[in-house]
Design a protein around this ligand. Structure first.
Ligand code: GDP
Ligand code: MG
Length: 187
């Protein structure tokens, strides 16, 4: 919808880097593996679906193990494909996820701003990733469900502080529901 488009504006970066989102099946020059991790129910699957397919569902869809997406963009005349692995945050899958850390270039760790426990979990997700992943992995922290302002339990300042203190590579609040920053995260 139009609200979703206006809150996920790529203005500025779009013109600076001659950036363009391409169809999924485009050929590419470079590809990077990206893993999406975080507690169950924080909106990892919704955020990925919103960014890649521009759809949002209120229903909870239980990801079994992993779901695979691609996101292809042209940046400064190079076509880059992200191979996105959306994981399931259930305990029983966490050892499986560990195997995925090894050769991933990018990681997005998601919490929900209305769920303090999911924010507290970031620390253990980050530790597992740093312990098992490649030393150059770029890690981004995302506070999802930013549309639920009235239920907020984690301030934006707290998110910002965590990302700075832990030397992560970026932080954004987002909403899979309104589309706020959904595409921007992956761009
Ligand atoms: P996952 O377990 O992390 O993959 O979580 P899901 O993507 O399946 O989302 C869990 C629930 O949260 C679903 O009911 C979604 O509709 C809801 N949800 C996800 N993102 C948002 C958001 O940005 N805002 C709101 N209000 N609800 C969301
Ligand atoms: Mg999921």
């Amino acid at each position: 919808d139009s609200e979703a488009d206006s809150v996920d504006s790529l203005e500025g970066i779009e013109s600076k880097h001659k950036l363009k989102i391409l169809p999924e099946d485009s050929s590419y020059d470079l590809s990077f593996k990206l893993i999406v991790i975080g507690d169950i129910y924080v909106g990892k699957s919704c955020l990925t679906n919103k960014a890649v397919k521009n759809v949002f569902s209120d229903e909870y869809c239980n990801t079994i193990g992993f779901e695979y997406f691609t996101f292809t963009i042209k940046v400064d005349n190079k076509i880059i494909r992200l191979q996105i692995w959306d994981t399931c945050g259930q305990e029983m899958y966490r050892s499986l996820i560990t195997n995925f850390y090894r050769n991933t270039s990018l990681a997005i760790i998601v919490y929900a701003i209305n769920n303090y426990k999911s924010f507290e979990s970031i620390d253990s997700w980050l530790k597992e990733l740093r312990k098992n992943g490649n030393p150059d992995v770029k890690i981004f922290l995302i506070g999802n469900k930013a549309d639920l302002e009235e239920e907020r339990k984690v301030s934006k300042e707290l998110g910002t502080k965590f990302y700075q203190d832990n030397k992560m590579n970026g932080f954004m609040e987002a909403s899979a529901k309104t589309g706020l920053n959904a595409k921007k995260i992956f761009v």
